[in-house]
Design a protein. Structure first.
Length: 322
């Protein structure tokens, strides 16, 4: 069904006629004498049939400007059609991704598509793909290093949040590892949520070495708020396997404790393949699926009468020149 966004614009249709009536006429011709066609043919030396064709051409040339004006007014009135939009499935889940951007994420000890990549590059590629599959979830992104920042607010626009992950850089939040503040900021946002299911996916490749709060204490708060925290310990070695003083190792034990205390699951990731497996596993999180609200949107059609009017105008100008 086609309707007009602003039907009052059609009141402009007689405007050129009113202007012609109200403005003083200029360049009027002198007296004229109407004569029969045969007399005109004798006087002008022009056949009657040709004169009739000339009159038709004159009428056509007068009608073209009116047609152009009518089409422009129609475009101004905003013709539009109402089109239904399929309802978006809503999971009833708010999912916050809490991403470690500490200095150790620059280590290039991962392989992706047969190429050596940094830990951050692996997380950006696989994590963005994970978020793009979360249609129906309301997702957010929080990054942390020495400090924690809210990089993307909760939104159903998973593509926008995925692009935000792909553009994150190390150093914007400091180079230390403040797991407590990263998780705490996610819980602060989720405490205001009315979602039936609240989930945090926490990814870190180091050991908490900044902030005044113990990560396990924050995990207790998550349990009180009903927020499940799934943790991903990223890196070839963890604190239980590494030599004393070795750097770039992940505190898998603490991350496992956070997950256990909040009712979530803990995952150990040593390779890019492990990371892909983990994201597929998290895809199986239990959801409270309900149908979304159906919607109807207007599709603008003004471009068509506007385009035809422009073509007629160009043709009219060309005829006048020719």
């Amino acid at each position: 069904m086609i309707e007009l966004a602003d039907p009052l614009a059609l009141c402009l249709l007689p405007l050129p006629y009113l202007v012609a009536l109200l403005l003083p006429a200029g360049g009027r011709q002198g007296p004229a004498l109407r004569v029969p066609d045969r007399v005109a043919e004798r006087l002008l030396g022009q056949p009657a049939g040709r004169r009739s064709a000339t009159l038709t051409a004159q009428w056509t040339s007068h009608l073209r400007p009116w047609a152009i004006w009518a089409l422009l007014v129609l475009a101004l009135a905003g013709p539009q059609s109402l089109s239904p939009v399929p309802a978006l499935k809503v999971s009833g889940r708010d999912l916050a991704v809490v991403l470690d951007l500490s200095g150790s994420m620059v280590r290039d000890d991962f392989v992706l598509n047969d190429a050596q990549v940094t830990r951050l590059e692996a997380v950006q590629t696989i994590g963005a793909d994970f978020l793009r599959r979360r249609g129906g979830d309301r997702v957010a992104l929080i990054v942390f290093g020495s400090e924690a920042y809210y990089a993307a607010p909760f939104s159903f626009d998973t593509e926008a949040v995925a692009q935000q992950i792909e553009t994150t850089t190390i150093g914007i939040s400091g180079r230390a590892t403040n797991i407590s503040d990263g998780l705490g900021l996610a819980l602060k946002r989720l405490s205001q949520s009315r979602a039936k299911t609240k989930v945090v996916v926490l990814l870190s490749d180091g050991k908490n070495n900044a902030g005044a709060t113990n990560p396990t204490a924050v995990a207790e708060l998550a349990a009180l708020l009903g927020v499940r925290v799934h943790t991903i310990a990223l890196g070839p070695k963890d604190t239980g396997e590494a030599d004393k003083g070795e750097r770039g190792v992940v505190d898998a034990a603490t991350l496992r404790a956070i997950a256990d205390m909040s009712g979530g699951e803990s995952f150990r990731v040593r390779t890019s393949a492990d990371l892909e497996t983990v994201t597929r596993a998290i895809d199986q999180l239990e959801a409270t699926t309900t149908a979304g609200l159906a919607a109807e949107v207007y599709r603008p059609l003004w471009i068509w009468p506007a385009a035809v009017s422009v073509l007629l105008l160009l043709w009219h100008m060309w005829r006048d020149i020719a």
